[in-house]
Design a protein around this ligand. Structure first.
Ligand code: SF4
Length: 412
């Protein structure tokens, strides 16, 4: 498995992990003596034995990537996996065919990997980047691809929602405002018209040098973005959503003053109080409504993130959530974005089957989509969850068997 001096290194881009690539490539480019890397959007058919291919993927992409992985492995190509699935389930990822796994912070794991390749050494089975890396040190701007993704402000999360993989990165780590300014400066130099950000909870961003009040940090961040005169400044809308309960009048006025959009994204997830409690969301449907009212009063419409297909979700529970959406739509300015639960490795619900909506539930969802109340992302989520579980059952039945073995009637 040793790397040969004339071997090549490929970075395999996929549409769903494209936005994380610039940061990782930037980290790679900064490593002294790192082998040159070729970025490919399609299976690297030209890869030869002893070449290296770095993959980053989500669990639900595995049914599509499996054949490619096996065929590269058969050719004698050295395969390295990173990304959320590999980091949460390194043993399983090795079984799929990867020689080496990147766990923890990818940008911190790459230097030892690159050094081993540069020295022609055999790769370790795992390169662990840990969870202590200062995310301020890395910007998502690379010489190798032109993509300018939203800037990650915060990694990890204190809330421990049972379905979510973000807390696997540990307690939140924040990007400093100095690093934000540096990024905005480079964005501006590249002629970008839009400044936007990634945060699992937009109103919890803190720059420790400003203080412990997130509003002061966000005010400074947005004022900084304004100073560069970007045409579009986005904050509090996907991918920097707002947790219900954290929005109040002061916050909405601050956002209204600085951002260019007129909608905010709120993570409601469910209209059922008991489900929210079991998910450990830390808010109620009433908190969601209170945040919607605040947003509407400040002149914002609301994109309401809702999820269906939770484990053990009954038709009645689904109807409760849909009724909540109908009521919010009737009384306020919202549009719901409906997603479907997928069991993700490493989360508390990693071995729980989704409850796929039945015929009646689907009819209701489709009707609401037709009537303009909701979006239809749940259909892709349902398809992805089914394909992933079917793939697991076919190729890794022992892992599939860990899914609630006492509930065979729930299996897809
Ligand atoms: S769903 Fe949001 S609030 Fe909950 S753990 Fe994930 S990132 Fe944190």
């Amino acid at each position: 498995m040793g790397f040969m001096p004339n071997a090549r290194v490929f970075f395999r881009l996929t549409p769903l992990t494209r936005l994380s690539a610039p940061l990782l490539l930037n980290a790679w480019e900064a490593i002294p003596g790192a082998p040159a890397i070729q970025v490919v959007n399609t299976p690297p058919a030209e890869a030869r034995p002893k070449d290296v291919v770095l993959f980053s993927f989500l669990s639900t992409q595995l049914p599509d990537l499996h054949r490619e992985i096996l065929s590269l492995r058969e050719k004698g190509v050295i395969l390295v996996a990173g990304g959320p699935h590999a980091s949460a389930a390194p043993g399983f990822t090795r079984r799929i065919g990867f020689h080496s796994i990147i766990t923890g912070d990818g940008e911190a794991a790459l230097p030892p990997l690159a050094r081993d390749l540069a020295n022609g050494l055999e790769l370790q089975t795992e390169y662990n980047g840990g969870r202590g890396n200062d995310i301020s040190n890395w910007l998502p701007i690379s010489r190798s691809i032109r993509t300018l993704p939203p800037l990650e402000l915060m990694r990890g999360c204190v809330h421990n929602c049972t379905y979510c993989a973000v807390p696997l990165s540990g307690p939140p780590r924040f990007r400093s405002l100095e690093s934000v300014r540096c990024y905005l400066d480079q964005l501006h130099d590249r002629g970008a018209r839009r400044a936007n950000f990634i945060s699992p909870s937009a109103l919890e961003y803190i720059d420790p040098r400003v203080g412990t009040d997130p509003r002061e940090s966000v005010a400074e961040l947005l004022a900084s973005a304004r100073s560069f005169c970007f045409e579009y400044i986005e904050y509090g809308i996907f991918p920097s959503e707002i947790r219900p309960g954290s929005l109040n009048r002061e916050w909405s006025q601050l956002l209204r003053k600085h951002v260019s959009h007129r909608r905010l994204t709120l993570g409601a997830q469910s209209g059922c109080p008991e489900r929210l409690r079991r998910l450990r969301r830390g808010h109620t449907p009433d908190d969601v409504e209170a945040s919607i009212i605040v947003a509407n009063e400040a002149g914002f419409g609301v994109n309401l993130d809702v999820m269906v297909g939770f484990p053990d979700e009954t038709p009645d529970e689904l109807e409760t959530t849909l009724n909540f959406v109908r009521r919010m739509h009737r009384n306020h300015r919202i549009h719901a974005q409906v997603h479907h639960f997928v069991p993700l490795p490493g989360t508390l619900l990693q071995h729980s089957f989704p409850s796929f909506p039945g015929i009646r539930g689907k009819q209701n969802l489709l009707r609401m989509e037709r009537d303009g109340l909701i979006t239809g992302q749940w259909k892709c989520g349902e398809r992805d969850a089914r394909r992933y579980l079917t793939w697991l059952r076919q190729y890794y039945p022992d892992i599939y068997e860990q899914f609630m073995p006492d509930r065979p009637e729930k299996r897809p």
